[in-house]
Design a protein around this ligand. Structure first.
Ligand SMILES: C[S@@+](CC[C@H](N)C(=O)[O-])C[C@H]1O[C@@H](n2cnc3c(N)ncnc32)[C@H](O)[C@@H]1O
Ligand code: SF4
Length: 396
C-alpha cells in the first residue's frame, strides 16, 4: 500500500480555508523604574534612550516580518511596553511614518500607545496624536498614594489625573485607564474609590486587573501582605456594579468599555487572530495557509542584543502549533476570556479544525454548567469564567 499523500493545506489535522485578521504589536522596553510586581520585558532606563536607533531596528525587524502578512492589511497596532511614552514625539512619528511606508494599514487602523503618568509631556502627547496614535492607554494602577508607594510607582494621584487631562488636551478621545485591585492594604472602600476617581475622568475604557504575584519579580521574592479572598471577592462585586452603573460594560475578564469603545487590538488576540510582533521580546502568531500551520514567533529579549540582531534571522525563534488539540486549547484559552465568547464558525476558521473535534469536551463542559448550550456559540457561563482553568482542563 502506498503512503497517503497529504492534501494540500492539511498538516497534523489542521486545515485553514482563510487567514484571520492581522494586528501588529510593537514592544518598547524601557521604563523610568522597574515596578516590583511587573514581569513584562521592561528595563530601567539609564541615561538617554537610544530611541531613534531603536526605531530603525524596529523598521528592519518589520521588513523581515511583512511577508508573513500574506497580503493582509494591519487592522490594529499596539505600542506597548515598558513605557512607550518615554519615547520622544519625533521618534514615534518616525516609527509610524515607517510603518505606513512599509506596511498596508487598514483605513480605520486602531493605534494604541501605552503611557505612564510619570512619563507625560504635553508636547510629546500632541506629537503622538498628530503622528497617528488614536488611542492612549494610561497605567494609573491606583489613586491612593499609600498604594502607589507600595507598588513602587513613580507618580502620585495628582500626576495620574493630570495625565488624563493632558491626553484630552492633546486631542485623544479614546483613552484607557489601567487600574489594579487586591493591592497591599486594599479595602473595598479604597478600591471602589479608585474606580470612582477613574470614572470621574471619563475614560472610554477601563482595564481593571487583580494584582498577581508573578515569578521572577521583587514581589515574588518579598511578597507584600495582600487582602484575603473574601475581601477581593467583595471588591469585585462592588466594583463591577459601580462600573456597570456608569456604562462601562464588562466584555472580558478584566476589560470594561463604554459603548463602541472595546479594544480592537486585544479582541483580535482573544479571537485567536494573527499578529506580527516587533521589538525586544515581542511575540507574534501567524497562520500559514499553504503549510496549514500556526507559528509562534518570539524576538530576542535583551534590548542591546535586539538592537544588533533586529532584521536578521538571529533575532527570532519560532515554534509551531502542530496538533488540533493544541490549537483548540490555545484558541479557547483566549476566546473564553471574552464574556460573549465566539462563534463556532470562528473557531473552525482560526483553530483550523471542525467543531466536532472538540465535541466531547464541549459536551462535558456544558453538562457541568461551564459552557452555554447555544448551538453556534462557544461561551463560558459565569460559573465557567470563575473556574476557567478547570474548564480549559477539559480540552487539554
Ligand atoms: C505593560 S504595563 C503598561 C503600562 C505602563 N508601563 C505603566 O505601568 O504605567 C500594562 C498593565 O499591566 C498591569 N499589570 C502589570 N503587572 C501586573 C501584575 N503583576 N498583576 C496585575 N496587573 C499587572 C498594569 O495595570 C499595567 O498598567
Ligand atoms: S512602568 Fe509598566 S511596564 Fe514598566 S515596570 Fe512598571 S508596570 Fe512594568
Amino acid at each position: 500500500m502506498s503512503t497517503p499523500v497529504p492534501l494540500l493545506g492539511e498538516n497534523g489535522g489542521l486545515r485553514f480555508d482563510r487567514l484571520p485578521p492581522l494586528s501588529l504589536y510593537v514592544h518598547l522596553p524601557w521604563c523610568l523604574r522597574k515596578c516590583p510586581y511587573c514581569d513584562f520585558n521592561s528595563y530601567e532606563a539609564r541615561g538617554a534612550l537610544p530611541d531613534r536607533e531603536y526605531v530603525d531596528a524596529l523598521l528592519r525587524d518589520l521588513r523581515t516580518e511583512l511577508p508573513l502578512a500574506q497580503g493582509r492589511p494591519v487592522e490594529t497596532i499596539f505600542l506597548g511596553g515598558g513605557t512607550p511614552s518615554l519615547f520622544s514625539g519625533p521618534a514615534i512619528a518616525h516609527l509610524l511614518d515607517g510603518l505606513r511606508a512599509e506596511a498596508d494599514l487598514a483605513p480605520n487602523v486602531e493605534i494604541t500607545l501605552e503611557a505612564n503618568p510619570g512619563a507625560v509631556d504635553a508636547a510629546s502627547f500632541a506629537m503622538f496624536r498628530k503622528a497617528g496614535v488614536n488611542r492612549l492607554s494610561i497605567g494609573i494602577q491606583s489613586f491612593r498614594n499609600a498604594q502607589l508607594r507600595a507598588l513602587g510607582r513613580v507618580h502620585d494621584d495628582a500626576e495620574a489625573e493630570a495625565a488624563v487631562a493632558t491626553a484630552r488636551t492633546a486631542g485623544f478621545t479614546n483613552v484607557n485607564v489601567d487600574l489594579m485591585y487586591g493591592l497591599p492594604g486594599d479595602t473595598v472602600e479604597g478600591a471602589v474609590a479608585d474606580l470612582e476617581r477613574a470614572i470621574a475622568l471619563g475614560p472610554s475604557h477601563i482595564s481593571w486587573y487583580q494584582l498577581t504575584l508573578e515569578p521572577n519579580t521583587a514581589f515574588e521574592r518579598r511578597p507584600p501582605v495582600l487582602p484575603d479572598d473574601d475581601v477581593v471577592a467583595a471588591i469585585e462585586e462592588r466594583g463591577r456594579a459601580v462600573l456597570a452603573a456608569d456604562g462601562y460594560e464588562r466584555y472580558e475578564i478584566s476589560a470594561y468599555a463604554l459603548h463602541g469603545r472595546r479594544c480592537r487590538h486585544n479582541l483580535n488576540y482573544w479571537q485567536f487572530g494573527d499578529y506580527l510582533g516587533i521589538g525586544a521580546g515581542a511575540h507574534g502568531k501567524v497562520t500559514s495557509l499553504p503549510a496549514a500551520e500556526i507559528a509562534r514567533r518570539a524576538k530576542t529579549r535583551n534590548p542591546r542584543t535586539y538592537l544588533q540582531r533586529a532584521g536578521t534571522a538571529q533575532a527570532t525563534s519560532e515554534e509551531r502549533i502542530a496538533t488540533r488539540a493544541q490549537a483548540a486549547l490555545e484558541y479557547l484559552m483566549n476566546a473564553l476570556r471574552v464574556l460573549e465568547g465566539t462563534t463556532l464558525e470562528t473557531f473552525e476558521a482560526h483553530a483550523g479544525q471542525p467543531a466536532e473535534a472538540i465535541g466531547a469536551a464541549r459536551a462535558a463542559a456544558i453538562a457541568r454548567g461551564w459552557l452555554g448550550a447555544e448551538p453556534h456559540r462557544l461561551r463560558a457561563t459565569p460559573a465557567g469564567i470563575e473556574k476557567l482553568n478547570r474548564l480549559l482542563e477539559l480540552f487539554a
